[in-house]
Design a protein around this ligand. Structure first.
Ligand SMILES: Cc1cc2nc3c(=O)[nH]c(=O)nc-3n(C[C@H](O)[C@H](O)[C@H](O)COP(=O)(O)OP(=O)(O)OC[C@H]3O[C@@H](n4cnc5c(N)ncnc54)[C@H](O)[C@@H]3O)c2cc1C
Length: 560
């Protein structure tokens, strides 16, 4: 996968996709498998916006049970199962727990029933999945069992807990890159750091886009039969460019944030505990007055999510402030005082913008009503402009399915035949029907004398494609060394990111091609070692290297 804007701009496409978040990535893969010539472009790095900022839960939608939204639950359960099958290197089971209070609506008996309903609705949740990754049935547990998982939790009115199973993505950034790579291996085109600056239109039709190469400033015009807009939070900015065809209403956005804490709060289970902050969920059947704070073990960290506040500004001005972090930390510590997470233990944060509904009335600043359903807009029907379809997604979990629905619209408009194949086609590196056995087999082989921890690390990040990373060792065996002693990332992964995965900035390698900095700043030694290798590969001078190092450091800081 090489970045070559001159080459991609020298031809026309069936579809140009604007935005390489998870929605654009799946759309590229789907369109390519259906035989469309497709180009994906992102103004920054692939997955550099909302999609690398998720809590990494692939959830079966248990929370929708409280809205009795069975259709949405089925969609989520189905997607969880599909992702376990087509991206088994990344998606793994995650036990989850929730405390129960009293014997009423939030009590153990009702929650036990809810777990049973969850299992009945998800009766086929394990169909066709790796037998070693089966998601067991949920159950109610005693107060003592609950307190073993969540020690020190306030015991007032506590009666026990409920356990269910979801999934977690080990590396959501690499999952996204692997989807794009799968498409490129099958003939799709893609480029990062290429901004769509304008739509090219005839009277009532979009016929292409103007793009600017953000690395060189060069401008290009690219023609396509249709354009798919998956620009996520930038949807208003993109549609604002449609002279005379802008939609009447703008989409409202909320700022969402997770904290990354440098210790495990629970060892085995993700947990949802009630926030003490005021919240009003008028659609909920079970719990109208409180929302759950969800925290999950991930690698050596805990991710705590998710807080929301309305964001009326421009997505280009989005930033997480120190106040955002301390307010959310305070909310978590009020909900679970025994954990007393200190500010200095919060080593990073994930932040992004999500669509919300403007209800007008709110119980507090944090009372945000997130948009529940994705939006698919055929602008011909919406505002009389042919050749443009927009997608506004609400979940990482369901992105593949929504992208499929978007490509269905494209196929119809292009008068082309063909059903989606993404549901049954494993992504690049995912040909692993039995994950544990594969791990054991590869450990026996011990390629290049690498130890078991490194092999597991490589498989969790690259799946069955990990030999592609090790191929670079034939050129320089020293690249099998770790970038820094407290991480398993090898120099070979950096070279692979640059040469095979379009990493062009230091931040791309540190945060998205490797797991080095996805949980926080990896330290000056690691950053410098990466920058030295990148400078060598890409011909950076000392000044450029310093600029990249400073940019990386700044990306971990909160705004004032
Ligand atoms: C804090 C947080 C936690 C979350 N946790 C979860 C979770 O646990 N599970 C779950 O399922 N979902 C979760 N989500 C939701 C999920 O992350 C999002 O729904 C999803 O990532 C949105 O993807 P997207 O592709 O629509 O947007 P994005 O990832 O933002 O992609 C849009 C892309 O468009 C590009 N773009 C914009 N304008 C242009 C232009 N003019 N030219 C070229 N490119 C352009 C941008 O650079 C960007 O990369 C979470 C979200 C947040 C913020």
């Amino acid at each position: 996968m090489k970045r070559d804007i001159e080459k991609i701009a020298s031809r026309a496409y069936d579809v140009v996709i604007i935005g390489g978040g998870i929605y654009g990535a799946w759309a590229l893969w789907d369109a390519t498998l259906r035989g469309l010539s497709a180009l994906l472009i992102d103004k920054s790095d692939f997955g550099g916006a909302t999609s690398s900022n998720s809590l990494k839960i692939i959830h079966g939608g248990l929370r929708y049970l409280q809205h009795l939204d069975i259709k949405r639950m089925r969609e989520s359960i189905h997607e969880r199962k599909v992702l376990m099958s087509i991206a088994p290197q990344f998606v793994h089971p995650l036990p989850c727990v929730m405390p129960t209070y009293g014997h009423g609506i939030k009590g153990k008996e009702v929650m036990g029933m809810a777990m049973l309903m969850n299992d009945i609705i998800g009766f086929d949740r394990n169909k066709g999945c790796d037998p070693q990754k089966k998601l067991p049935a949920g159950k109610a547990i005693s107060k003592d069992e609950l307190l073993k998982i969540l020690p020190g939790l306030d015991e007032t009115n506590l009666t026990g807990g409920a356990i269910w199973y979801d999934c977690q993505v080990y590396n959501s950034e690499r999952l996204l890159i692997s989807v794009i790579k799968s498409a490129v291996k099958k003939g799709a085109s893609a480029a990062n750091y290429a901004q769509v600056t304008e739509f090219i239109t005839t009277k009532d039709k979009v016929v292409g886009v103007k793009i600017r190469d953000e690395l060189t400033g060069k401008q290009f015009e690219i023609r396509s039969k249709i354009v798919l807009n998956t620009s996520g939070p930038w949807i208003n900015n993109m549609l604002g460019q449609l002279n005379g065809h802008q939609p009447a209403e703008k989409f409202q956005l909320s700022k969402a944030m997770n904290l990354v804490v440098n210790k495990r709060i629970t060892q085995t289970h993700a947990a949802g505990i009630p926030s003490k902050f005021e919240f009003k969920d008028s659609d909920a059947v079970i719990n109208k007055g409180s929302r759950l704070l969800f925290f999950t073990p991930w690698r050596d960290y805990t991710l705590i999510g998710t807080t929301h506040v309305p964001f009326p500004g421009d997505p280009n001005d989005f930033a997480i402030t120190e106040d955002d972090v301390t307010t959310f930390l305070d909310e978590f510590n009020q909900a679970y005082p025994a954990m007393a997470v200190k500010r200095e233990e919060v080593v990073y944060y994930y932040g992004g913008l999500l669509p919300m509904d403007d209800t007008g009335e709110r119980a507090s600043e944090h009372d945000v009503k997130l948009t529940k359903h994705y939006k698919l807009l055929d602008h011909q029907a919406e505002n009389g402009l042919d050749g443009l379809v927009s997608v506004l997604g609400v979940k990482y979990t369901t992105a593949r399915d929504v992208a499929t629905k978007a490509v269905n619209i494209l196929m119809k408009k292009l008068n082309r035949q063909g059903k989606t194949e993404t549901e049954n086609t494993v992504i690049s590196g995912g040909e692993i029907p039995d994950f544990e056995s594969y791990l054991q087999d590869e450990n026996k082989k011990r390629p290049w004398g690498l130890n078991a921890d490194i092999i597991e690390h490589l498989i969790l990040n690259f799946g069955k494609d990990y030999p592609e990373v090790l191929e670079f060792l034939s050129e320089n065996e020293q690249w099998k060394e770790k970038v820094v002693s407290d991480s398993d990332v090898l120099f070979a992964e950096i070279v692979h990111g640059i040469r095979d995965e379009m990493a062009v900035r230091l931040v791309d390698v540190v945060k998205r091609r490797t797991e080095l900095g996805s949980g926080g700043y990896p330290g000056d030694t690691a950053a410098k070692n990466c920058a030295d290798l990148m400078a060598n590969e890409l011909g950076w001078d000392e000044e450029k290297k310093q600029t990249e190092l400073e940019f990386l450091q700044r990306s971990y800081l909160t705004a004032k």
